[in-house]
Design a protein around this ligand. Structure first.
Ligand SMILES: Nc1ncnc2c1ncn2[C@@H]1O[C@H](COP(=O)(O)OP(=O)(O)OP(=O)(O)O)[C@@H](O)[C@H]1O
Ligand code: SF4
Ligand SMILES: [Mg+2]
Length: 320
């Protein structure tokens, strides 16, 4: 049974009287304990997808979906009380910038205790220290009494993870959790996320620019392009034998993928303006394999020869 099911997610922002369809027709599901990486260029809609799962988008956003279901609850129709209980409880979230996610005037220990209290566990120094141990913070007692500015960037991100873990999440959403950190610390934090989710059998949705970082650290990988999912499948298969020309282009520019960790490189050309998505395949102007149907038909995700991989490209059959 799946923990999270998303069918036909669509998010539209309004800006200056215009509608911006930032995410269109995104569907996927997550099993308990499974990890999914979401990668794509800047502006492809990664954060919009991640934030919509907890209804954390600004008021200018309209979110619709055939289903947006977590453990049998339809998130889009949740009342404010159950929605608050979901956030930071069964669904935890960590962001790119751990400094702005923490309260500068409270000690880190107090902040974790507040979350424990919010979720009905009561304040417990012992439980906070155990959470600090779980996220491998050195000197848990010292960190307990420290203010956020007294910690390093990596320690702050571990503290944010401890806060998320305090709610005993079944799903953790991590939106670029290492982008603001030194390269040497990035790997440690991702290894920690992977260890913790395995230990606790927690599902993980890991959003990143850095597709190389996902290798061997997520079960499946989804690639977004211009607000649509263009490929999804087991991470090793998508990285090893990509089906979609966009994924192929990204990976061609990533030499020695298994040995290096890099940001998604810029492919020649630009993604389309989300206010003006062309008819047909949105990748067509940049695609070396484009042919006639690509100008008129919007490709839909379909299973590839290896049916655990789905890609949206007319090379694998034109939608009638
Ligand atoms: N509050 C907003 N109002 C209007 N448009 C927005 C807003 N937030 C995001 N967008 C637009 O929605 C699209 C998707 O943005 P999103 O932040 O989800 O992309 P992303 O893949 O997370 O990018 P990045 O890698 O830069 O974080 C972009 O075109 C962006 O300009
Ligand atoms: S549908 Fe056409 S334009 Fe789009 S990726 Fe496939 S071949 Fe390229
Ligand atoms: Mg983002």
């Amino acid at each position: 049974m799946s923990l999270l099911t998303i069918e036909n997610l669509r998010v539209e922002y309004r800006r200056g009287g215009k509608r911006i369809p930032a995410v269109r027709n995104v569907s996927f599901s997550l099993a308990p304990g499974e990890s999914l990486g979401i990668a794509g260029e800047s502006g492809s809609g990664k954060s919009t997808v991640a934030l919509s799962l907890l209804r954390l988008l600004p008021e200018s956003a309209t979110v619709t979906a055939d289903t947006l279901c977590f453990e049998g609850q339809e998130i889009l129709s949740l009342a404010p009380g159950p929605l608050r209980a979901l956030r930071g409880g069964p669904v935890g979230i960590v962001f790119q910038d751990p400094f702005s996610a923490l309260n500068p005037v409270l000690t880190v220990g107090e902040q974790v205790e507040e979350v424990l209290e919010l979720h009905g566990e009561g304040r417990s120094r012992a439980r906070v220290l155990s959470l600090f141990g779980q996220v491998r913070l050195p000197d848990p007692a010292g960190v307990y009494g420290a203010y956020p500015h007294q910690l390093s960037g990596g320690q702050r991100q571990r503290a944010c993870l401890a806060i998320a873990m305090a709610g005993r999440p079944k799903l953790l959403i991590a939106d670029e959790p290492t982008t603001a950190l030194d390269v040497t610390v990035q790997r440690d934090i991702l290894n920690l996320l992977d260890d913790v989710r395995r230990e606790l059998k927690m599902a993980l949705l890991l959003v990143t620019h850095n597709v190389g970082l996902l290798s061997e650290r997520t079960d499946r990988l989804a690639i977004l392009y211009a607000g649509e999912m263009v490929e999804i499948g087991p991470t090793a298969t998508v990285l090893g034998t990509p089906s979609h020309p966009y994924t192929q282009g990204l990976l061609k520019s990533l030499p020695r993928l298994s040995h290096t960790e890099r940001r998604l490189p810029a492919l020649p050309g630009q993604p389309p303006d989300p206010r003006d998505i062309p008819v047909g395949c949105p990748f067509r102007p940049r695609c070396p394999s484009a042919f006639a149907p690509c100008a008129t038909e919007d490709p839909v995700l379909r299973p590839m020869k290896n049916p655990s991989v789905h890609a949206a490209c007319h090379l694998y059959g034109v939608t009638p």
